[in-house]
Structure formats: structure tokens, C-alpha cells
Design a protein around this ligand. Structure first.
Ligand code: WT7
Length: 645
């Protein structure tokens, strides 16, 4: 497959950027032409950021799976679409060709249909990283069901909340999932999430770990039985494949829940056509994919990175996507390097937190591993510190691989700001230039564009985007007003990212981190309010306040200040009980790294917690806490500072 929209020089980038801004309709139709449409669009773009209303390729009809699979079959049917690497290296690798992927996706789409799933229904997917997860996602897309993948680290309570919000009637899960030395009982977590749930009609369970599970009559069915049945049906009825359902360009493709500054995660909704084009366009341009290359994105499909750069982007581009079930440190810290060596990986895409954690094991795990197949490297999810960047460059890339630092969000569908591997310049710690179609603006608190440079000659402000790109969020599921308030109401006529950024004289951007109450822990997004709500569920907790602090490996750690008034066994036991509560309510990923018991919290006279002060104390700043005179009880600050853990 050739990519006529692939940018291969700095001059081409500049030209494409200019065209995309001056004449977006013309630019994006010339990209969209290279996809498979059942019916061509009537208008390229219709939008306002007031409601907001964003429609790309209105009137167009398509199915994303025909773009991901069917259109490749004639020329690439025997080429690997997915190479699956198991958790443990002793287990066999699985190679899924495009032909096989087509067969399995159609078969699973039939299974969904047989179980009553219709276009527009919500299907919650809670699985480990097995190829069947890709079949489930694409099977939904095939028949126009809206998938909502939930990361395997979320608790039963989190799943229950998401099921309720999405009003999901169907679940696809596994008996269990292998992750490193752990065996996570996914089905059992689902059973807990379904206590009292009267909406879910069917749970389809794929066998991975052979963990005993309880199968409830009339509700739970085995994946294997259903697939067998579908296969027999296909043979009997002599149906060649499950036809793809024709979708409107703006029909929702999926929901993915993500944290914000309120206590409740929101369901980010992406559309069929715009998302497809953005995921594919950015995949081909940022990573500079060349036919035949092996693409290895280490993310989990439970996050947007896995949606866009393990499944949709690579498959739409006819690429070979490597899917890894396990973790970087199992059975040892050389696992990534073994995989690169074994499968001759050409592009490796991972999070700075993984790089920092692997740095901690020194160079031994790299010894004897042939990494010469690597041509390009990438990072995603959080700012990368220069030390980690250089370690990656020297020891993994052998100083010959361009590194792309890709800035984006669940809401953006794909990369917005990044260098293009080997095509536009890189700079350690900087995401650099916006992709074509992306119009970043740095604004001050009032929403005025920042024009005044700081003492280092840099512009500094809150990062907004001034016009829609095809992959932008369309709504938050079931609550459009929430979408407006969250992203489009802070500053008039701008999409607000929640991030702060710097801009240099070359127009390069450096993301400095969140400016709202959202934490980024090991590249995972967690709202402080969510963690506080979970802590407050513990019977003895009166009140809590959560802030982030710089953490050597995780990027940010979670620091919780807790007013405790219950029965305290001792501080350590009570801390463990609070951690268990947070695990139960959200999941282990949200467990605080530090808990400090405090007699009170610094509040203004109107009752607002002064997080600025708590952040400074958590960071270890002992002097210069700023003005505390407006506090209700300034004395509490001294006590908190004295008790820092
Ligand atoms: C937040 C979005 C993008 C997929 C994974 C995370 C931070 C993301 C970078 C980067 C600095 C980054 C931002 C953003 N972030 N990429 N290259 N440099 N920060 O998706 O969970 O939606 O989180 O991650 O703060 O707002 P997400």
C-alpha cells in the first residue's frame, strides 16, 4: 500500500501545513480520497465551538473495518496484520494475517449479532491483550455497535460506573489475563461489577488463563462455543463473510472513558470517519511507516494509544502491528529488547515512564540483544526528561534512530503535536511542531493569546487549539453539555487541552504538564477529585486532598493529605486500609504513593482547599509557600509542613 499523503521532507511539511490551514476542505478531501467509502461525503467540514458541533465528511458513508481489513485482502491477504507476543516467552507467538483477521472479525461480528447486538448498542470490552481483543473491537465496528474498552486494571466499581453511564447491555471479557507474574481474574471482577445490574443481557467470555469462573445461566456464554456456532452457521448458509454495516461518517465509533477534574470519568466519543482518517494520517506521517515494517506500540488497548496505534491506525494503513500481552519487566527487564530482536521490530513506541523504569536496571538487560532492526523510536503520554531521552537515543536507538515525542490526548484521537520521524527536526523534551490541520494557541488565564516572551525568549501559556481537526472529540457520552463545559467553555472559540506549554522562536512546543486538577501517573490520567472520593469512602476518613508531586519513575506520584477520625490501628495499618479502599473503588493504578495524616486542610474563608500550598509541601518546598494570610486557619500549614512524609 502506498500513502500518497505521506510527508517526506521539511518542505513538504511546510506546504502541507499551510494548505491544511488555508484550505482545510481541499486538503482533507485529498487525504480522504485514499480511503474506502460506500458513498462520498457531501461537505468536508461543518463546525462551531459554541455548541460545540463538529461534522467531518458529512453525508459520507463507510465502515471502518472495510478500511482496516477488506480493502487489503486482495493484495495483502497473506501478510501479517497482527503479530502477537505472549506474556511468557515460552508460549508460542501467534501471527494473524489479514485473511485470518477478516475471517475472525466477521465471525465475531456474527456472534454479536446472534446474541442480539444491534447498530448503536454499547458493548463493554474488558479483556487482556490477546488478539481476540482486536477481534472484539473490530467485530463491534463491523456491525456498528459502539465499543467501550475498559483497561484491565480498573476495579469492579469503576466498571459498574462506566456500564451505567454507557447503558451497556453487552460485555466481552476473558476468564483471566496474564500480566507479568500476575493472573488477573477478569471475569470475577465483571461478576462483581454486575451485582445488582439489570441492564446487561449477555457476557461473552474468552478462555485465556483457565481460571475457574462462574457462568450464569441465560447471561454468560463462552466465546469458543459462540464462535464455533457462528462458523457452522456461515458454512451452512454459505455466507462468505459478515457484511459490514454502512455507517454515517459522524456515527459514533467508540466511547473511551477518561478522567477529568471532576470526580466522575467522562465517556469521550469518537466518530467513524474523522477518527479513522486522523488515526491513519498521523500513523503514516508521525511514525513514517513504510510497507513491510514491524510496528510495536507497547500501550494497552484499554487506553487511546492502543486504540489508535495498535488497532485502527496501523490496520487502516495495512501495516503489521505487534501486540504484546505482558509487561516490560517480565520475566526480566530485557523483555522489550528480546521482542525487538525476535520480531525484528522497526519502530518502538512506549511511555517515558517505561524508559525510566528500564534505565533503573542498567545496561545488562540490553547485552547480547540485536536491536539493529530499529529505525525509529517514539514516546507518548507524558513529558520526557532529557536524561531518559538520551538513554533511549544512545542505548536503544544506537544514536541512529529519530525519536518522535508525540503529544496528544484521549480527546484528540491521534497525535496533534510531534516531529515526523526523520523528516522534521527533533529536540529532547520538546514535542516540536503541530501536525497539518492543527492550530495551537497559547493563552493566558483570560483567554488572550500570549505575545510577550519570558526571560528565556519563550512564550508560555495554556495550550488551546483554535480549529477542529478530523479526530477531535465529538461529545461526552449522554451529556453533550459536559463536553461543552469541559473543553469549549473555558476560552471562547477554543478547544482547551488542560495542558500548559512553551513555544520557542522556531515555533516548537514543549508541553509542561497539566494546569488543571488532573494527574499523570506513569502516563495514566487520574483526576485528583476521583482519588479523593475513593479515599473518602473509607469509614474513618473525614476529608482528604490529593495532589501530584515529581516522581523519579512515574513522572508524577500521588500525595494524599487525610483527616482521619476513625479507629486507627496504627498509621501504617490505616494507610494500608486506605490503599485497599482506593484499589476497590478505582483500581490499583490510583493508589496514593504517600499518605499524610493531617489535623486540618488549608482552606480559604469560602472553604476552597488551597492546593497550591499542598503541592508545594508535597514537593518538599519548605520556605516560600506564598501568601497564607487569606487562609481560614494559617496555623494548619505549619503543622502539615512539620508532618510531611
Ligand atoms: C495527557 C493526555 C496521548 C495518549 C496517552 C495519554 C499528557 C501526552 C504527552 C507528551 C507531554 C504528554 C498531557 C495530556 N501527554 N503526551 N508527548 N508530552 N505530555 O492520553 O490519558 O488522554 O492523557 O497526557 O498532559 O493532556 P491521556
Amino acid at each position: 500500500m502506498a500513502y500518497p499523503f505521506q510527508i517526506t521532507s521539511m518542505e513538504q511539511y511546510e506546504k502541507a501545513y499551510r494548505e491544511s490551514i488555508d484550505n482545510p476542505d481541499q486538503y482533507w478531501s485529498s487525504v480522504a480520497e485514499h480511503f474506502h467509502w460506500r458513498k462520498k461525503w457531501d461537505r468536508v467540514l461543518d463546525w462551531n465551538f459554541i455548541e460545540p458541533k463538529i461534522e467531518w465528511f458529512g453525508g459520507g458513508k463507510l465502515n471502518i473495518t472495510e478500511n482496516c481489513i477488506d480493502r487489503h485482502l486482495e493484495t495483502m491477504g497473506d501478510k501479517p496484520a497482527i503479530i502477537w507476543e505472549p506474556n511468557h516467552p515460552d508460549e508460542r507467538t501467534r501471527i494473524v494475517t489479514y485473511n485470518r483477521l477478516h475471517k475472525r472479525v466477521c465471525q465475531f461480528a456474527q456472534v454479536l449479532k446472534n446474541n442480539g447486538v444491534k447498530k448503536g448498542d454499547r458493548v463493554c470490552i474488558y479483556m487482556g491483550m490477546v488478539p481476540e481483543l482486536a477481534y472484539a473491537v473490530l467485530g463491534c465496528a463491523r456491525i456498528g455497535a459502539i465499543h467501550s474498552v475498559i483497561f484491565g486494571g480498573f476495579s469492579a466499581q469503576s466498571i459498574a460506573d462506566r456500564l451505567e453511564d454507557a447503558k451497556a447491555e453487552y460485555i466481552v471479557t476473558c476468564d483471566g489475563a496474564y500480566r507479568g507474574g500476575k493472573d488477573i481474574p477478569l471475569k470475577s471482577v465483571i461478576d462483581d461489577a454486575l451485582m445488582g445490574n439489570k441492564v446487561v443481557k449477555r457476557v461473552i467470555v474468552y478462555t485465556r488463563t483457565r481460571t475457574p469462573v462462574s457462568m450464569i445461566k441465560g447471561r454468560d456464554v463462552w466465546w469458543e462455543d459462540e464462535m464455533e456456532h457462528a462458523e457452522a452457521q456461515v458454512e451452512r448458509e454459505n455466507v462468505v463473510s459478515m457484511p459490514a454495516t454502512e455507517m454515517d461518517a459522524e456515527d459514533p465509533l467508540f466511547i473511551l472513558y477518561t478522567s477529568g477534574s471532576t470526580g466522575k470519568p467522562k465517556g469521550v466519543v469518537h466518530s467513524c470517519a474523522g477518527y479513522m482518517i486522523w488515526a491513519t494520517y498521523t500513523f503514516v506521517n508521525v511514525f513514517q511507516y513504510k510497507p513491510g515494517e514491524i510496528h510495536f506500540c507497547t500501550a494497552d488497548v484499554g487506553w487511546i494509544t492502543g486504540h489508535s496505534y495498535i488497532i485502527y491506525g496501523p490496520l487502516c494503513a495495512g501495516a503489521t502491528s505487534l501486540m504484546f500481552e505482558g509487561i516490560p519487566t517480565y520475566p526480566d527487564a530485557g523483555r522489550f529488547w528480546d521482542i525487538v530482536d525476535k520480531h525484528k521490530v522497526n519502530f518502538l513506541y512506549t511511555a517515558p515512564t517505561a524508559i525510566r523504569s528500564l534505565m533503573g536496571f542498567g545496561l545488562d538487560p540490553l547485552k547480547g540483544k540485536d536491536l539493529s532492526s530499529l529505525k525509529k523510536l517514539g514516546t507518548v503520554g507524558e513529558p520526557i526528561n532529557e536524561e531518559a531521552w538520551h538513554w533511549y537515543d544512545e542505548n536503544v536507538g544506537n544514536k541512529k534512530c529519530p525519536i518522535v515525542d508525540t503529544w496528544w490526548q484521549t480527546e484528540t484521537g491521534g497525535v496533534l503535536i510531534s516531529n515526523l520521524a526523520g523528516v522534521t527536526p527533533s529536540r529532547p523534551g520538546w514535542a516540536t511542531l503541530p501536525l497539518p490541520g492543527v492550530l495551537p494557541k497559547l493563552v493566558d488565564e483570560q483567554g488572550k493569546e500570549v505575545v510577550e516572551k519570558d526571560e528565556n525568549g519563550l512564550l508560555k501559556g495554556n495550550l488551546c487549539i483554535a480549529a477542529p481537526w478530523p479526530g477531535i472529540i465529538r461529545t461526552t457520552y449522554g451529556d453533550h453539555e459536559r463536553c461543552r463545559v469541559n473543553y469549549f467553555a473555558t476560552y471562547e472559540n477554543l478547544y482547551f487541552t488542560g495542558d500548559g506549554a512553551l513555544k520557542d522562536e522556531n515555533g516548537f512546543y514543549r508541553i509542561t504538564g497539566r494546569v488543571d486538577d488532573v494527574l499523570n501517573v506513569s502516563g495514566h490520567r487520574i483526576g485528583t477529585a476521583e482519588v479523593e472520593n475513593a479515599i473518602n469512602m473509607h469509614a474513618g476518613v473525614v476529608e482528604s486532598a490529593v495532589v501530584g508531586y515529581a516522581h523519579e519513575i512515574k513522572g508524577q506520584g500521588i500525595y494524599a493529605y487525610v483527616i482521619f477520625n476513625g479507629h486507627k490501628k496504627d498509621d501504617d495499618m490505616t494507610r494500608k486500609d486506605i490503599l485497599a479502599t482506593v484499589s476497590r473503588i478505582i483500581g490499583p493504578i490510583a493508589k496514593p504513593d504517600k499518605i499524610q495524616f493531617v489535623p486540618g486542610l488549608p482552606k480559604t474563608r469560602s472553604g476552597k482547599i488551597m492546593r497550591r500550598i499542598l503541592r508545594k509541601i508535597a514537593e518538599g518546598e519548605t520556605s516560600n509557600l506564598g501568601d497564607v494570610s487569606t487562609l481560614l486557619d494559617p496555623g494548619v500549614v505549619e503543622e502539615i509542613r512539620a508532618g510531611k512524609v
